[in-house]
Design a binder for this molecule. Structure first.
Ligand code: PEP
Ligand code: MN
Length: 355
């Protein structure tokens, strides 16, 4: 249900309504806009009766949300959500430019790539420490050592860092090092993991499962939101179809589709969507033109030696050229690419392995 309060409610009225909702055994989620105060009410369908809610003083309207996702729905939160991480805003007209290698392989390599993508204009650094590999014999990631490298390099280059968490038991550890959790495509419906990241204070980049519908994606976001973490960023990374000339099929229509259904930001990952460096730039540009809130690209300084996803990695110079064109598009679309606000440690030189 959505409860719309009468205009300009006093704090006492809001508090009273919240208390009454709780007394009915329901959970209120307050959303205070400039014009309207709205309370989303979630709970046992049987307890969700319109009449008792309408009887609370200060309540103007009670509207049932017919969609299965509630907190993730546009009805609940009319305006686009903007998420801020260390000075980088995502959504509401701000683009997240996320780049880095698929896996953290070593400190010098991450330093090198971080320096290059930052120079190119990326504002968030990515790198996997726990890798969900199809084969158990493939490189599985450096684990906590990788997280330490990622955090240190993020600080060195003044960039917030994003990394994948695969298991509810890893959440506490990853939270100590990362600025944004990534929940990967293979774990989009790992409900215990979603609940666990939902209890934390970090934003969550939730990737669409390769066989998941847009509705499934929003239901998974709902799991995180229902635990109290409102900072969810959705990510379209391609779905499985009969087409086999690309790694996946990029469903770009999901961008305006999600925008109509939800206030949550949605970014696009053309790297995993296509698996092909020759297609990534065109798909990244199309994604920005479709109205997404950012682009996630894998970059490696020597793709042929990469321990994970080498064939789809862009070279740093290719990423630089891509960013030049994305900046122009961003301007046309009236979008901003924020520069992070993290102090680079004083007295230390920031250099990459190449220079
Ligand atoms: C990744 O980002 O490296 C990754 C494994 O992505 P996805 O979950 O989209 O396959
Ligand atoms: Mn990858």
């Amino acid at each position: 249900m959505i409860i719309v309060l009468k205009p300009h409610p006093t704090p006492e009225v809001v508090r009273h309504v919240l208390e009454r909702i709780e007394a009915l055994g329901l959970t209120p989620h307050l959303s205070q806009g400039v014009a309207r105060t709205i309370i989303g009410v979630i709970g046992d369908e049987e307890k969700l009766q319109v009449q008792p809610l309408l009887a609370i003083p200060g309540v103007e309207q009670v509207v049932p949300i017919l969609k299965p996702f509630k907190l993730a729905s546009r009805e609940f939160h009319r305006d686009d959500l903007t998420i801020e991480v260390k000075g980088v805003k995502i959504g509401g007209g701000h683009l997240a430019m996320i780049a880095g290698p698929c896996a953290i392989e070593s400190e010098p390599l991450l330093m090198e790539v971080a320096g290059q993508v930052k120079e190119a204009g990326a504002n968030i650094l990515r790198g996997g420490a726990f890798k969900p590999r199809t084969s158990p014999y493939s490189f599985q990631g450096l684990g906590e050592d990788g997280l330490k490298i990622l955090q240190a390099v993020g600080v060195q280059f003044g960039m917030p860092v994003l990394t994948e968490v695969m298991d509810p038991r890893q959440v506490e550890q990853v939270e100590r090092y990362a600025d944004i959790f990534q929940v990967g495509a293979r774990n989009m419906q790992n409900f215990d993991l979603l609940k666990e990241v939902g209890k934390t204070r970090l934003p969550v980049l939730l990737k669409r499962g390769m066989s998941a519908t847009v509705k499934d994606l929003l239901m998974s976001a709902e799991y995180i939101l229902a635990q109290g973490n409102r900072r969810v960023i959705l990510c379209e990374r391609g779905i499985r179809t009969f087409e086999d000339s690309t790694r996946n099929t990029l469903d770009l229509s999901s961008v305006p589709n999600v925008k109509g259904l939800s206030h949550l930001p949605i970014i696009v990952d053309p790297s995993h969507a296509t698996g092909r460096p020759d297609l990534i730039p065109a798909m990244a540009r199309a994604a920005i033109a479709a109205g997404c809130d950012g682009v996630h690209v894998e970059v490696h300084s020597c793709p042929e030696k990469a321990l994970s996803d080498g064939p789809q990695a862009l070279l740093p110079e290719q990423y630089t050229r891509l960013m030049d064109s994305l900046r122009q598009l961003a301007e046309l679309m009236d979008k901003t690419i924020d520069v992070p606000e993290i102090d680079v440690p004083e007295g230390e030189t920031v250099s990459c392995a190449r220079c």
